[in-house]
Design a protein around this ligand. Sequence first.
Ligand SMILES: Nc1ncnc2c1ncn2[C@@H]1O[C@H](COP(=O)(O)OP(=O)(O)OP(=O)(O)O)[C@@H](O)[C@H]1O
Ligand SMILES: N[C@@H](CCO)C(=O)O
Length: 312
Amino acid sequence: MNYIKAFAPATVANVACGFDIFGFAIQEPGDTVEIRRRDEPGIVIADITGDEGRLPRSAEKNAVTVVMLHLLKHLGRTDFGCEVVLHKNMPLGSGMGSSAASAVAGVVALNELLGSPLSRKDLLPFAMEGERIASGSAHADNVGPSLLGGFVVIRSYTPLDIFSVPVPEDLYCTLVHPDIEINTKDARYILRNEVSLKNTIAQMGNVAGLVTGLMKSDYELISRSMVDVIIEPVRSILIPSFNEVKKAAIDNGALGCSISGSGPSMFALSRGIENATKAGEAMVRTFAEVGIDATMHLSGINDGGARVLESY
Ligand SMILES: Nc1ncnc2c1ncn2[C@@H]1O[C@H](COP(=O)(O)OP(=O)(O)OP(=O)(O)O)[C@@H](O)[C@H]1O
Ligand SMILES: N[C@@H](CCO)C(=O)O
């Protein structure tokens, strides 16, 4: 094989109460990567589309290629060379898992080109290196679901222990991206390192409630559990009209609404596509009231994750 084209989806990380431990994949948008074998060793970025020239062109600095360099080193394939074209289909600093989608598409494409020496799950630590370069933290709650699909729990980082939770079929996500930018690095920097016992107890109850609600298709329990008493109160100040947008989603039929990843995107979960549409439209209208354009993405939970689109 000489050529692979792969797609990796956007993701919603944290899912309200699960900072760094919960994430799920949506259907669209996502990044697409094309890689082509070349005779000389080394990885070269030949082109990037959709980034308005903002992303690094050096293979050591871009999430899409950093993960490939780590994988090649692990496999002892320093003789290998390829050319990479990245198609960015989502904004940077969006809270939609933009850097993660590039990293996952890159590592999946390269693994396929090399004849699939590693399983999907074994690619995770390499994909996490893309997050380290993008935000200074190798969190797995975007790369995990983008790679594996579905709703993912990271039970532990050391050792890495990740698993999937089944979700109700009629669960829909509305992801709304206001036209502003927040870097994950900055949004992590403002968090406190200490958490009170009272908030820890409340958060643990909601984490257990959300997983149980998803597994039992108990929409009421999902709704009651989409509460974040630790991260959201700090980060929501970075998003104009956060409280109004959240209220608009819930008043219009959403089960719950919170920050997607480190923001500024906000997501809502709803039972059924009609509620999800109504909630999303209300969220977009509420951002518009303060002069902010917002884009809505409506999707079921993507249970397949990244996929190879073409190979020859
Ligand atoms: N291929 C890539 N795609 C996106 N960002 C990249 C990529 N490679 C490097 N970066 C850098 O990562 C930073 C953006 O990452 P950040 O984690 O803040 O955004 P995000 O992935 O949209 O957010 P989140 O992880 O909250 O969903 C930018 O500084 C950007 O230059
Ligand atoms: N869990 C990470 C996700 C970033 O998308 C954070 O909230 O910083």
